[in-house]
Ligand binder design. Structure first.
Ligand code: ATR
Length: 278
């Protein structure tokens, strides 16, 4: 009987929640396997480490900071979405060939649609993405692929937002202060930067004073779960969407790529919330 070997590579990753999530998935699907942490210090030779991983014959692995781009030359194939994003966070070992995927954007979309199913059909939703880094790129691609087309990107560096907006001519660009003033226009606001992540709990990328109280506000930060940004959205009467669910759904998609089985998220959502709340 096949015993799967999965891993996570990155640095620092000792406190990663992925072993817990995949452990739950393995148990639920009755698949035998392990998910281990392979911390690769930046001073190490990355190619030597990749050689070891190949020899170890892992069935699949996740890739996190700072190796999501560095892994690309070691792949035999790259999925279309990951190629467009230029970053890989999941690798499948298919008969000795490494195939790279990016599950960020799809993970975000699954999480959002699971919590707010109506949003799935509201393709004319006016969407604001805050940030223009790697996470924003993954989410933007997934939003466009789903069919949303009214999207504005606001970023501290306007130049970076403009670069990202080149993907599609329908995308608007604005500064953080511009969007702060006309926030009421947006029905879905997605915070994709690390602003507000511990230990900088009190930081918030923009003020949500003029938010539309019918809006849904998402933050991909999950430590803390209730960021200052989400607290403010909640206080203004908006619906909020926590960051931990993206983590769960992107792991679900990775597990599916590796095993062909889609585990249920069900109670794991609340269990992970409790772990994060300590
Ligand atoms: P990731 O892959 O996690 O998205 P990244 O590619 O380094 O990380 O992108 C970080 C994002 O957070 C960028 O949009 C960055 O804004 P700039 O492009 O202007 O640097 C944003 N960011 C980080 N710290 C910020 C801060 N203190 N205020 C506003 N935006 C910030």
């Amino acid at each position: 009987m096949l015993i799967y070997k999965f891993a996570l590579i990155g640095y620092p990753i000792k406190h990663s929640l992925s072993p817990w999530i995949h452990g739950e998935f393995l148990e639920q699907t009755n698949i035998r396997g392990t998910y281990s942490i392979v911390e690769i210090e930046p001073e190490c030779s990355f190619s030597d480490e990749m050689m070891k991983l190949k020899e170890g014959q892992v069935n699949g692995f996740n890739v996190t900071v700072p190796y999501k781009e560095k892994i690309i030359p070691f792949l035999d194939e790259i999925d279309e979405q990951a190629k467009r994003i230029g970053a890989v966070n999941t690798v499948l070992n298919k008969d000795g060939k490494w195939i790279g995927y990016n599950t960020d954007g799809i993970g975000y979309m699954r999480a959002l649609h699971n919590h707010y199913p109506n949003v799935m059909n509201e393709l004319n939703l006016n969407i604001l993405i805050l940030g223009a880094g790697g996470a924003a790129k993954g989410i933007l691609h997934a939003l466009l692929q789903h069919g949303y087309y009214k999207i504005t990107i606001a970023n501290r560096s306007l130049e970076r937002a403009k670069q990202l907006a080149k993907i599609n001519e329908t995308i608007q660009v604005a500064s953080l202060s511009e969007v702060e003033d006309d926030l009421y226009k947006y029905q879905l606001i997605i915070q994709t930067t690390s602003v507000g992540m511990k230990p900088n709990y009190l930081e918030s990328i923009i003020s949500l004073q003029s938010i539309n109280e019918e809006a849904i506000v998402s933050d991909i930060v999950y430590q803390p779960l209730m960021t200052t940004f989400l607290k403010e959205a909640n206080a203004q009467g908006a619906a909020i969407h926590f960051g931990h669910s993206m983590l769960l759904y992107q792991a679900q998609y990775a597990f599916e790529i590796w095993t062909g089985k889609r585990p249920e998220i069900g109670t794991l959502d609340n269990e992970l919330k409790k772990i994060l709340e300590g």
